[in-house]
Design a protein around this ligand. Structure first.
Ligand SMILES: O=P(O)(O)OC[C@@H](O)CO
Ligand SMILES: [Mg+2]
Length: 245
């Protein structure tokens, strides 16, 4: 359902007042970088070997999670656990992913929003389920943009005991901003994945969800705002400095 009042950019409108935000946390895969398509392609490919098909209900359960947690969901939900362990799935997947990740491209509006917030002195960071090695491969061509982040919290960080939907990664990200501890209510998270939206809400933060259109809309419900693209974000809705372009 689109909201005609703002030109259709907001998929679901929420009537409650939006928070006044002082810090922003970005998810990475599927939100800043167009990397979810690589995981989808590789997982389709692996399942085809077992004469099974990959669908978006399974994708929804895997995305945003730490690699081993997503791998366990994959082998259990597809019923191939007796033929392929989660660990072996990761090994098979890796052969393909390591060639794909260095070609990662930015999602529409990611560069504009990051540069805008940075230029206006809003502290920004990344909180991703991706581990260090994948992060390095995915951001190879985007070092300058990611250098604008105050800090980056990765899925294999020692403070991230459990992946999304646990709030660990977002709470660690909140602690690493400079100055006085930040109230989670003053933090806005951008996410694409159901597990990520839940993790941010579990951390007590506000969430703008930018989901893939193939994701079932029932997953939109817990987000505070749902947009079709980062290009549709209106900073002043959240008390952030407006775009000048
Ligand atoms: O938390 P994000 O950055 O989406 O990363 C998770 C990722 O490993 C794939 O879904
Ligand atoms: Mg994501």
């Amino acid at each position: 359902m689109e909201n005609a009042a703002n030109g259709g950019s907001e998929i679901d409108s929420k009537s409650q007042r939006k928070a006044s935000i002082t810090r922003v946390i970005f998810d990475m895969d599927g939100l800043l970088l167009d990397t979810e398509k690589f995981y989808t392609e590789v997982q389709e490919n692996i399942l085809a070997r077992y004469n099974k098909t990959f669908d978006w209900s399974l994708k929804a359960k895997m995305m945003g999670k730490k690699a081993i947690e997503a791998a366990r969901v994959f082998v259990e939900e597809t019923g191939i656990g007796d033929k392929l362990t989660a660990e072996d799935f990761l090994v098979q997947r890796e052969d393909m992913l390591k060639h794909m990740f260095p070609t990662s491209e930015l999602m529409p509006g990611a560069s504009r929003l990051i540069r805008h917030l940075h230029a206006n002195g809003v502290p920004i960071c990344v909180a991703t389920g991706s581990h260090r090695r994948h992060f390095e491969l995915k951001t190879q061509r985007h070092g300058e943009l990611f250098s604008l982040m105050h800090h980056i919290v990765l899925g294999d960080d020692p403070e991230v005991k459990q992946g999304k939907p646990s709030p660990d990664v977002f709470l660690a990200a909140a602690r690493r901003f400079e100055g006085e501890p930040v109230d989670p209510h003053d933090i806005l998270v951008f996410e694409d994945a159901p597990s990520g939206v839940l993790a941010a809400k579990n951390a007590g933060m506000s969430v703008v969800m930018v989901p893939d259109p193939r994701l079932d809309s029932s997953y939109h419900e817990i987000a505070d705002q749902v947009l079709s693209s980062l290009l549709d974000f209106i900073p002043k809705d959240w008390g952030l400095p407006p775009f000048k372009d």
